[in-house]
Every structure is written in structure tokens, then in C-alpha cells.
Design a binder for this molecule. Structure first.
Ligand code: URA
Length: 248
């Protein structure tokens, strides 16, 4: 039985040495299944790797698996996933065509009484440790558009100084994909207590997803060249570097 994150001494590292030098998504997923790059492997039930077509045009990146995802080993199958599914449908994006993943692949939680596991936000060192898996997914899928769902995903890719409040719904000039856009995390909709504001948040989330759908309609699918994973793991070592003095 896994234990809450607070039960373990932090063990901070990087998954970079664990990313296989070659292989496809299943090979990387199977390496990630044994990841112990940070202490969260002791906390979550299992690694929840990304899922979706290997040639998906859109990759969506969330924060970390939730309680349901941790047990099912699939991303976005819980309440936030339901909000995402409805928004995708309204935006005219078929979930089956999207590669869905998370910045952190293990569920971080704290005990919340009567067997409840309460989501706990991953810190920068945990996000950093997990980043090479995300880099490998991006290198293999080579999506045309990356949608960053919430601050953790956005800062994982764009750096800790990225402010979602300032750059939400902008197409960001970032070489990792032709179109990179950050928007809210679907769980923000769930957390909004005010009904009217909740509906507004949801509408704005759909509006952001529609921007991506429209952009892709207007742009040709880019050719997919095979990318060597050894290059990924090398670049992953420096990619998204964090300041060692930064507080988690
Ligand atoms: N929240 C996330 O960020 N990812 C999931 O997979 C589920 C909930």
C-alpha cells in the first residue's frame, strides 16, 4: 500500500539516465514504469504514462495523475478528465486523436482522513525529475500543437517564471512545437464554487481549445522525422533546468 508523500524523505534526481537511448512510446513507457527518479514512486500506486496516438497532432499536458488516474493507470479518467472531455467535444476536438499526458507521472497526495487521498501539488524538483519522460514523449509524438493545462505543466515546459495569468491563450514562440498554448487546468473549473463564474471559466476554457483546433485546421500536418532518444535524454539533462537554490 503506497504512503502519502510526507512519509518519505525527499529523493530528488532526474529521470534523464533512465530514458532509453532508442525505442518507441511503449519502450519509453515501460522504462518509466520503473522510475525512481524522485520519491513520488513510493507515494503513487504506479507510473501513469501518457496515452494517445503516436502521431497525434495535439498533445495536452496536465499536472499529475489524480486519485482515479493513479488507480486506473490512465491519464484524465477522473473528474478533471470529465471536464476536459466535455470541453474537447464542444471545441470539436476528438479526445481519441489527442495524446494526453502529465508533467509528473506519479500521484502525489496527503492523507485526508477516512482513507481519503488528497491531491498535493508537485514541487519544482519533482517536476524537474520527471521532465525527461515528457521530453521523450514530445520527441516521439512530435505534435503540431502542445496545450499546457495549468501552471505546473506550463512552468515545466516554459520555466518557473512563466505566468499563466499573463500569457494564457497566446501562441507562444517555443521551438518544441509549432503551436504552444497555455490555458487553465480543467480542475480549476471544478474548484470554482460560484456557479456563474464556473460556467464562465468553462466557456473560456472551450474558447482556448477552439483556438488550437482552428489553428490546426489552417496549418498542414508537419512531417514526422524519427528522432533519436539518446539526443532527447542528453538535451533533457539541461532542458528545463532549475535553480538548485529554488524552494520546492
Ligand atoms: N489532473 C491532471 O493534471 N492529470 C490527470 O491525469 C488527472 C487530473
Amino acid at each position: 500500500m503506497p504512503e502519502p508523500a510526507s512519509a518519505h524523505e525527499p529523493y530528488y534526481g532526474s529521470a534523464a539516465p533512465l530514458v532509453p537511448a532508442s525505442g518507441d512510446l511503449p519502450a519509453v513507457a515501460s522504462a518509466a514504469a520503473a522510475c525512481e527518479a524522485c520519491h513520488l514512486w513510493l507515494c503513487g500506486t504506479q507510473t501513469v504514462f501518457g496515452e494517445g496516438p503516436a502521431d497525434a497532432r495535439i498533445m495536452m499536458i496536465g499536472e499529475q495523475p489524480g486519485d482515479k488516474e493513479d488507480l486506473a493507470a490512465h491519464p484524465f479518467v477522473g473528474p478533471a478528465g470529465a471536464v476536459l472531455d466535455a470541453a474537447l467535444e464542444e471545441a470539436g476536438i476528438d479526445r481519441k486523436t489527442v495524446y494526453l499526458t502529465n508533467a509528473v507521472k506519479h500521484f502525489k497526495w496527503e492523507a485526508g482522513g477516512v482513507g481519503k487521498r488528497i491531491h498535493s501539488k508537485p514541487n519544482r524538483k519533482e517536476v524537474f525529475a520527471c521532465k525527461p519522460w515528457l521530453d521523450a514523449e514530445i520527441a516521439l509524438v512530435k505534435p503540431d500543437a502542445i496545450v499546457l493545462l495549468g501552471t505546473t505543466a506550463a512552468q515545466s515546459m516554459l520555466g518557473p517564471s512563466f505566468k499563466l495569468s499573463q500569457h494564457r491563450a497566446e501562441f507562444l514562440p517555443f521551438s518544441v512545437a509549432p503551436f504552444v498554448l497555455a490555458t487553465i487546468h480543467p480542475s480549476a473549473v471544478l474548484r470554482m464554487p460560484d456557479r456563474e463564474k464556473r460556467h464562465q471559466m468553462r466557456d473560456e476554457f472551450v474558447r482556448d481549445l477552439k483556438l488550437v483546433a482552428r489553428m490546426l485546421e489552417e496549418s498542414p500536418k508537419r512531417p514526422r522525422a524519427k528522432l533519436a532518444l539518446d539526443a532527447v535524454s542528453l538535451s533533457a539533462k539541461g532542458f528545463g533546468k532549475i535553480d538548485a537554490t529554488m524552494e520546492p
